[in-house]
Ligand binder design. Structure first.
Ligand SMILES: Cc1cc2nc3c(=O)[nH]c(=O)nc-3n(C[C@H](O)[C@H](O)[C@H](O)COP(=O)(O)O)c2cc1C
Ligand SMILES: Nc1ncnc2c1ncn2[C@@H]1O[C@H](COP(=O)(O)OP(=O)(O)O)[C@@H](O)[C@H]1O
Length: 315
């Protein structure tokens, strides 16, 4: 998959290099969940049938991030994660449209004529609730009207699970309230974080449980504080582990920003500065303030055993 960064208006060079018959799924697709996969899958399938490239057009930064001016809570799938997932879905081209305040003021007509038609989009595929253009003035039907005889539009109905619409906002809510199983079911895979291992307070080793502290690579939706069974990808292999996401109330007070720290099972290596991917598999318990360090250690030992049971392959 190739990634092409676009700004409006498109330059002559960008048009020259990218214009041609293609099928494009358009949307934010934060989370690349099962509903998104049904929209994107339709584009990939149709492109295959017609022998043209499949494309996804998305917007970066997240429009809500730009419009809320910094009060945005983060992404389920920052660009890096989105790229990987879209490539796995068989997408040929990812267009990342730079979303700015100026871009948000673009009319639906300018978006269609100045971007989609210029690129030669033959069929645009969108979800049933797609909105675009200044103040969300455009919807899927308007997209169809504006495309006229030059562009078809396919509208994909909501993807439901047990009668409920799968949505990015329901996944965010589930993650933030500790309902990881639900979030993972809606995503269709474990929720994933990625970061670099940085220095912590050097307490982990002294209490017998070294923890790799993560500085996340992007602004992710932060799940509920607590202890999780995780699979970590580190130095080329998957290693089971247990993650504490929290503020360590046993040791400190009034800390606002939670830390993400993973104790890897049966592992003893220096991994400072290394990149680590963490898949959240199961929520074990909430974070607590323990009356003594010994009681915390006993609990961490129990958490480790719980994680081992959850993560060991069933016979
Ligand atoms: C599985 C696990 C569970 C933890 N649970 C708690 C907890 O409930 N409360 C708490 O204050 N700290 C908890 N911690 C965090 C420890 O306090 C922390 O790992 C230790 O202070 C080391 O920090 P450092 O890596 O910054 O040195 C937990 C850590 C792990 C690995
Ligand atoms: N089983 C393990 N799990 C996590 N990190 C480990 C493990 N074994 C060794 N390490 C190393 O030890 C570091 C964590 O030790 P710790 O005492 O908690 O220090 P810090 O407070 O800097 O995180 C990790 O960053 C990693 O380099």
């Amino acid at each position: 998959m190739k990634t092409v960064h676009l700004t409006y208006p498109l330059s002559a060079g960008i048009i020259r290099e990218n214009a041609g018959p293609q099928i494009a799924a358009i949307g934010q697709f934060d989370g690349v969940h099962q509903g998104h996969a049904s929209v994107i899958g339709s584009a990939v399938r149709l492109a295959g049938e017609q022998g043209v490239p499949s494309a996804v057009m998305t917007f970066h930064p997240h429009p809500k991030d730009v419009m809320k001016k910094g009060n945005y809570e983060g992404n389920l799938t920052p660009l890096l994660e989105k790229q990987e997932l879209l490539a796995e879905l068989g997408v040929d081209i990812l267009y990342v449209v730079e979303f700015s305040e100026a871009f948000s003021k673009l009319s639906p007509q300018a978006f269609v004529e100045g971007m989609l038609l210029q690129l030669g989009v033959r069929t645009a595929i969108v979800g049933f609730d797609f909105r675009f253009g200044h103040k969300g003035a455009g919807d899927a039907n308007m997209l169809r009207q504006l495309g006229g005889g030059n562009m078809n539009v396919e509208i994909i109905p909501p993807f439901e699970r047990e009668g409920e619409k799968v949505s990015s906002s329901s996944i965010r809510k589930a993650l933030q309230s500790g309902e990881l199983d639900e979030a993972n079911r809606l995503l269709g895979r474990p929720y994933r974080l990625r970061g670099v291992v940085v220095d912590g307070d050097k307490r982990g080793k002294s209490i017998g449980f070294p923890t790799a502290n993560l500085r996340l690579l992007d602004r992710y939706v932060v799940p509920a504080k607590g202890v999780y069974a995780v699979h970590s990808f580190i130095e080329g292999e998957w290693v089971p582990g247990v993650m504490n996401l929290g503020v360590k109330p046993t040791f400190q007070e009034n800390v606002a920003a939670p830390s993400f720290e993973v104790h890897l099972l049966d592992f003893d290596r220096d991994i400072y500065g290394k990149q680590m991917t963490v898949d959240l598999i199961s929520y074990i318990r909430a974070e607590r303030k323990f009356p003594s360090i010994q009681e915390l250690i006993t609990q961490i030992q129990a958490d480790t055993e719980t994680a081992e049971k959850i993560l060991s392959p069933s016979p």
